[in-house]
Design a protein around this ligand. Structure first.
Ligand code: DGY
Length: 323
């Protein structure tokens, strides 16, 4: 029997690509150049499975292409707001993602940004690189203490809970959160957390706010000017979720006009073409979407896609089926 034809849209860790080559008739993206919409449409017509990442917008236009062959999109990532889920559903295309395996590393990046922002790490590094550091001073680059402060989480899924674990047990932080559904008593007790009734409540009480909600239309600009104005002037906003959860223009205004003390961002609206307004500000720490970027995690993500594909082609239910 011939092997299923599989297309991988970006370069993956070598050991996962080798495994794909053993199992399938696979086309890899050796050059790692993002594919155009026309190339993605052709992929839907010529392959049984397409394995996209966050860098491809899998729109209704692509999913509605005539003479489709693809039956499954095995997404390399947990977030799937770059895929038009309704259009995939309408076309009978199965979509899977990679939850769980990137929880710890993404939580680590949230803590990294929280610490960078609170302790002005990026500013300090820039001073050394620019050779503008003149030596130790009692009032040089004073930041905000992290230990014992209040961390507000917007969303309380796996990654948020992993951040709570680090913040509460590592830094003695008090955890408050907003989540649309009620969190389990056990989890709340574990972190001695407080579930707030509104996002506004979290924003006004927290010294640090970390975003952990999914991307997409429902959460677009969830953090807007009105909400940013509720935060304390000494507070920091951390975003490792999706860029469009925050209104960039409003955040730039908040940082410029000192409504808040700082921000740490791993994701951006329209990334990688980020708003230039962020570039010349000292009080924002910027990372290029590194949440899951460790060798271990990216290999685990690839292996999970493989597992989902294997189940699908064996006629079984893939473990991480989104639709
Ligand atoms: C994820 O898994 O959602 C990461 O942000 C990469 O897409």
């Amino acid at each position: 029997m011939s092997k299923p034809k599989v297309l991988v849209t970006r370069k993956w860790p070598a050991e996962v690509e080798q495994q794909l080559q053993r199992l399938y008739e696979v086309t890899l993206n050796e050059q790692d150049i993002a594919m155009s919409d026309d190339e993605l449409k052709a992929a839907m017509q010529n392959y049984d499975a397409v394995l996209p990442s966050v860098t491809e917008q899998i729109t209704a236009d692509i999913l509605n292409v005539e003479n489709k062959r693809a039956k499954i999109l095995g997404n390399f990532g947990v977030g799937f707001n770059h895929i038009d889920i309704e259009a995939a559903k309408a076309n009978g295309i199965v979509v899977t993602n990679t939850p769980g395996v990137l929880t710890d590393c993404t939580a680590d990046i949230a803590m990294l940004l929280l610490l960078m922002s609170a302790r002005r790490g990026s500013e300090g590094e820039r001073q050394i690189r620019n050779q503008t550091w003149t030596g130790w001073q009692p009032t040089h680059l004073l930041g905000h203490k992290v230990s014992g402060k209040t961390l507000g989480l917007i969303g309380f899924g796996r990654i948020a809970q992993a951040v709570a674990q680090r913040a509460h047990f590592g830094f003695g932080m008090k955890i408050i959160f907003f989540n649309p559904s009620t969190a389990s008593e056990n989890i709340i007790e574990k972190y001695q957390a407080v579930q707030c009734n509104s996002i506004e409540e979290v924003l006004s009480q927290a010294n640090f706010v970390s975003l952990h909600c999914p991307g997409g239309e429902a959460t677009r600009h969830l953090i807007n000017e009105k909400r940013l104005r509720l935060m304390q002037p000494s507070a920091h906003l951390i975003n490792t979720a999706r860029g469009d959860v925050v209104d960039s223009k409003a955040l730039i205004k908040a940082l410029k006009e000192d409504w808040i003390a700082g921000a740490g961002l791993d994701v951006f609206e329209g990334e990688p073409n980020i708003d230039k307004g962020f570039l010349d500000m000292e009080n924002v720490s910027l990372l290029p979407h590194l949440g899951s970027a460790t060798e271990e995690t990216r290999i685990a993500m690839g292996n999970l896609v493989l597992k989902n594909l294997a189940a699908f082609f064996a006629g079984e239910e893939p473990g991480d089926r989104v639709i």
